[in-house]
Design a protein. Structure first.
Lengths: 188, 113
């Protein structure tokens, strides 16, 4: 006999969030299943290290599990989740010395997680940016967030966000100039 | 160059089963940790109560007796009975604290004025 949680994959997200907020573990698992890809991709682009990215993404979902009861509006879940992810990443880069970490990333980007050529090139180009630039660029180009939204989430001044994105994009364009003339669909 | 398209091309739809399992295992571990800490705290409290119940009771009795000591011996008569609430060490402490508080308030008030 099918159980209630067997139907969760077909349920609308607000219902799943509401159930997870009430302490339903199966609903929480479904929420993780639905949202893990975007958070892991965000973390992977930010830190260029699959293991670390997945570890940070797990931390994000643990924070979700611990504090989902404090979420008032179900519709605000996506922004709230993104905020948690960004705070987790910022906490991580604050904990680790920025210079040391930049060095480690440059060392590690060769062993990038991404098997596709575009992914590898993008990761190596992103590794040339500072953590703050990288975060702003990823949020802008991967997640399609506006500059004020990024400023609000990262708690950086709007001007700083704009300059990070402009400088970061310029450096990415330089590094990835080989893709400039390539027709769409031939990137991998 | 369209950076947004490049990011979209590089993004994968990652398989979430193993990851979700990992997250759930961590939440389970967290629950067990919280339960273990709660049980530990409860046991510590119980042991402390069991060990220190008699000494704490004796100490509180001694303190009560000390605070109730009369300042002036007024005898067993009606005079002693009337002045009992103020004729003890506890009343002295209360009065001293009140005086100190009033003095402090006057000093602070004066400094602001």
């Amino acid at each position: 006999m099918p159980q209630a949680h067997d139907y969760y994959p077909q349920c609308p997200e607000p219902l799943i969030i509401g159930l997870a907020r009430g302490g339903n573990r199966a609903a929480f698992a479904e929420l993780v299943r639905r949202r893990q890809s975007s958070i892991r991709n965000l973390m992977r682009r930010c830190c260029n290290d699959t293991t670390l990215a997945d570890d940070l993404a797990q931390q994000v979902f643990l924070k979700v599990w611990l504090s989902i009861r404090t979420l008032r509006k179900l519709s605000a879940f996506e922004a709230w989740l993104k905020r948690l992810a960004i705070h987790t990443w910022l906490q991580h880069i604050r904990k680790n010395d920025a210079l040391r970490q930049a060095g480690e990333i440059k060392e590690s980007y060769r062993a990038s997680h991404d098997s596709s050529a575009v992914g590898m090139d993008l990761d190596s180009a992103l590794a040339m940016l500072s953590p703050a630039e990288r975060l702003c660029v990823v949020l802008s180009y991967q997640d399609g967030m506006s500059h004020p939204e990024i400023a609000e989430l990262t708690e950086l001044p709007l001007g700083t966000v704009k300059s990070h994105i402009r400088r970061g994009a310029e450096r990415l364009q330089e590094q990835l100039s080989a893709y400039a003339d390539q027709p769409k669909g031939k990137s991998s | 160059m369209d950076l947004q398209a490049l990011f979209a091309a590089a993004a994968h739809d990652l398989n979430g089963e193993e990851f979700t399992g990992g997250v759930l295992a961590k939440t389970r571990r967290l629950v067990y940790q919280v339960i273990a800490v709660a049980i530990g705290l409860l046991l510590t409290l119980l042991i402390c109560a069991w060990w220190f119940a008699v000494p704490v009771q004796e100490l509180s009795l001694l303190i009560t007796q000390f605070l109730g000591t009369p300042l002036i011996d007024l005898g067993e008569g009606w005079l002693g009975w009337i002045f009992t609430p103020v004729n003890n060490i506890a009343a002295l402490f209360v009065l001293s604290a009140k005086l100190l508080r009033m003095t402090w308030k006057k000093m602070v008030g004066a400094s602001y004025a």
